[in-house]
Design a protein around this ligand. Structure first.
Ligand code: FAD
Length: 325
C-alpha cells in the first residue's frame, strides 16, 4: 500500500499554505487531496460564456506581517493587484481569485477529484480512503475542509479523539451563501471600481461587476445574498432563486439586457463563530490536525473568518506538523 509522511485534505488557501510550509521545512513526502476539479476551494472563479466571474471571495485584506510579505512578492510577480480601499487595501488576483490559487499550488503534489471518505487509525498513523476506493497510509493528517465536513470525516469509531478538542469543533456553525452569476450585453451602472456593498436592498450583501473589476472582458456580475436569506432559500429551485434575486435587485442591474445566468450555492460559506486557536490537534496521541478559516490566531482583532485567517491557520498547522518529523 502507498505510504506518505503527511496528508493534507483540502487544497484551499489553508491546505496550500500548509503544504508550502512543510516543503519550506524540508518535508517533501506529502500528498494533498481535494474532492473538486480545481484547487482553491472558496477562492473560486467560473467561466460565463465570454466572461469570467468570481463567486467565492472577491478580495482579501492584510493585517499580519506574514501575509504582507507574501503580498509584496505576489504583487511583484504580477499575480495580484490592489483593487480598491485606502488605508486598508483590498487585493484581488488579476485573472480571477482562483488563478492565484493555481499559481500558489503549481509545484505542489495535489490529487484532484479525490474525496476522502474515511480516516482510520493504524499502528503509528492513519489509513485514508477516498470515495473511489484509493487508500494509503500516512504518518500525519491535516484536515482543512469546512468544519462540519471535517467533523463528518472524524466520525470513525476507530480514531481516539480528544473530546475537549472535538467539542470546540462542534461549537462552530456556518452560514450558507447563494450567489447569482450573470452576463449582460451592456455595461452596468455600478461604481467605476465595480463593487457595491452599501445602500443595497435588504438581504443583498454585495454586487460585483467583473469587467469594471478588471478581470473579465465582458460585463459579468455576481450578486451575493446574505446568510439569513441564503439559509432560508438554500433548498429552493434555481428558477425560483434566480427570479427572486432579479426582483430584489430590479433597480440595480440591466435585467432587460441579460444574456445568461447561473447560480452558486455554498452550503458552508462562512463560520458564524470561531475558535481562537490557529489549529487543533484532535487526536489523543497521533498528529491529526484540523485547520482552516475558522481557526484564528489568539490575537486576531477582526474576529472574522476570511482569506487571511485561512492563510495563517494553514501556515501555523504546517509548522506544527513539521516539528514532528
Ligand atoms: C461567497 C463567499 C464570499 C467570500 N468573500 C470573502 C472575501 O471577500 N474576502 C475574504 O477574505 N474571504 C471571503 N470569503 C471567505 C474565504 O473564501 C474563506 O475563508 C477561505 O477561502 C477558506 O479557505 P480554506 O482553505 O479554509 O477552506 P476552503 O477554501 O473551503 O478549502 C477546503 C477544501 O477542502 C476540500 N474538501 C472538503 N472536504 C473534502 C474531502 N472529504 N476530501 C477532499 N477534499 C475535501 C474542498 O473541496 C475545498 O477545496 C468568502 C467565502 C464565500 C463562500
Amino acid at each position: 500500500m502507498e505510504e506518505t509522511k503527511v496528508t493534507i485534505i483540502g487544497a484551499g488557501i489553508a491546505g496550500i499554505m500548509a503544504a508550502r510550509t512543510l516543503l519550506n521545512n524540508g518535508i517533501k513526502d506529502i500528498k494533498i487531496v481535494d474532492k473538486s476539479k480545481s484547487v482553491g476551494g472558496r477562492l473560486a472563479t467560473r467561466r460565463l460564456e465570454e466572461g469570467i466571474v468570481d463567486h467565492g471571495a472577491q478580495f482579501f485584506t492584510v493585517r499580519s506581517e506574514q501575509l504582507e510579505k507574501d503580498v509584496e512578492d505576489w504583487l511583484q510577480r504580477g499575480w495580484i493587484t490592489h483593487w480598491f480601499g485606502d488605508p486598508y487595501p483590498r487585493y484581488t488576483s488579476v485573472n480571477g481569485m482562483n488563478t492565484l490559487m493555481k499559481q500558489l499550488a503549481e509545484d505542489l503534489p495535489v490529487s484532484l477529484y479525490a474525496k476522502v471518505e474515511s480516516i482510520e487509525e493504524t499502528t503509528g498513523g492513519f489509513q485514508l480512503e477516498t470515495e473511489d476506493g484509493q487508500s494509503w497510509k500516512t504518518g500525519a493528517v491535516l484536515v482543512t475542509a469546512p468544519v462540519p465536513q471535517t467533523r463528518k470525516l472524524l466520525s470513525s469509531k476507530n480514531v481516539s479523539l480528544q473530546e475537549k478538542e472535538v467539542s470546540k469543533l462542534d461549537s462552530i456553525s456556518y452560514n450558507a451563501a447563494i450567489v447569482g452569476l450573470y452576463q449582460f450585453n451592456t455595461q452596468t451602472t455600478l461604481p467605476s471600481e465595480g463593487i457595491m456593498d452599501e445602500s443595497l436592498p435588504l438581504h443583498v450583501e454585495k454586487i460585483v461587476d467583473h469587467q469594471k473589476k478588471g478581470v473579465s472582458s465582458n460585463p459579468t456580475v455576481s450578486v451575493y445574498m446574505d446568510g439569513e436569506w441564503s439559509n432560508d432559500h438554500f433548498s429552493h429551485t434555481d428558477e425560483h432563486v434566480l427570479s427572486r434575486i432579479e426582483q430584489i435587485t430590479e433597480r440595480h442591474l440591466p435585467w432587460n439586457k441579460l444574456e445568461s445566468s447561473q447560480l452558486k450555492r455554498w452550503r458552508y460559506a462562512e463560520a458564524e463563530n470561531v475558535v481562537y486557536e490557529p489549529y487543533l490537534n484532535v487526536h489523543e496521541a497521533l498528529p491529526l490536525y484540523v485547520a482552516g478559516e475558522a481557526f484564528l490566531e489568539k490575537n486576531d482583532k477582526s474576529g472574522r473568518t476570511r482569506f487571511e485567517s485561512a492563510y495563517l491557520s494553514g501556515i501555523a498547522a504546517g509548522n506544527k506538523i513539521a516539528s514532528f518529523f
